[in-house]
Write a protein that binds this ligand. Structure first.
Ligand SMILES: Cc1cc2nc3c(=O)[nH]c(=O)nc-3n(C[C@H](O)[C@H](O)[C@H](O)COP(=O)(O)OP(=O)(O)OC[C@H]3O[C@@H](n4cnc5c(N)ncnc54)[C@H](O)[C@@H]3O)c2cc1C
Length: 232
């Protein structure tokens, strides 16, 4: 499977005043001025000044300031295996295509992992197997079995789509964990595309939307991929 066949991701919602909102939250903690005055003050028109303070505050671990920013993505063409990994992130919100309410009418769509795609013999068997599953699923639904029960035979490879939302703190956490080479390729590509979409709009976030080793300066996994030295 070429990388292009993995997740399709579009950023569909983000506050226009993202930087000013975070700046106001940061300054409010240290100023006798009201949040509204801070929001409307001269400094809040100066991107460089805002970024300097924001960077200092985030670096010191004062993460509540970035929890005010809510971001939403439209995601499609990911496997159920991948969506299951994503929904483990407890500070995210999801609205996922239902296998109860959306009945498959023909061969369900699925994703073939690269390692199988690259082996023609196994790929052919994989596709055959998906065909057999589909036949049985359709046999079940044709016999009157509701989709919510017939879906029991659908595989992890079945494709799905969702709207996923999260705040900026969780977005950074998600990137730190799932851009790491220890994460499975499909979710790594998905999260990279989420990050790229956001960085297109907010380039300053490129320093934060990185694998965790980039922020730590070392690798805290059992084995380092070599990007950063292992923790001594
Ligand atoms: C490479 C990789 C391999 C994995 N392998 C497995 C596996 O084999 N089996 C498996 O079950 N899972 C596995 N996971 C999933 C992993 O255990 C986490 O469930 C998932 O990454 C979500 O991470 P999180 O809990 O840090 O983040 P989130 O759920 O996004 O939460 C963010 C942060 O909020 C805080 N938080 C959230 N909820 C609580 C809480 N209840 N109590 C205290 N603090 C909380 C924590 O600081 C947490 O880091 C794997 C994840 C990765 C990246």
């Amino acid at each position: 499977m070429s990388d292009n066949k993995y997740a399709q991701v579009k950023l569909i919602s983000k506050p226009d005043n993202l930087l000013k909102t975070i700046y106001t939250a940061c300054r409010t903690c240290y100023s006798s001025d009201s949040p509204l005055n801070i929001y409307e003050c001269e400094n809040a028109q100066n991107e460089e000044k805002m970024l300097k303070l924001i960077s200092k505050v985030i670096s010191s671990g004062h993460y509540s300031t970035i929890e005010h920013i809510q971001i939403s993505f439209a995601i499609s063409n990911i496997s159920r295996a991948c969506s299951h990994q994503l929904v483990r992130h407890r500070h995210m919100s999801f609205s996922q295509k239902s296998q109860r309410y959306v009945k498959e009418k023909e061969q369900f769509e699925y994703l073939i992992p690269d390692t199988i795609e690259n082996n023609p013999e196994l790929k052919a068997k994989f596709e055959q197997f998906m065909g057999k599953i589909s036949d049985f699923y359709l046999e079940l639904t044709s016999a009157g079995i509701p989709a919510e029960d017939a879906r029991s035979v659908l595989p992890n490879a079945a494709s799905t789509s969702m709207v996923a939302s999260l705040n900026l703190r969780e977005m950074i956490h998600l990137a730190n964990l799932r851009l790491c080479t220890r994460a499975q390729k499909e979710i790594r590509i998905l999260v990279k595309r989420m990050c790229d979409e956001l960085i297109k709009e907010e380039p300053w976030l490129k320093d934060y939307l990185v694998p965790k080793c980039e922020r730590l300066g070392y690798c805290d996994e059992d084995k380092s991929c070599g990007r950063k030295p292992a923790k001594g």
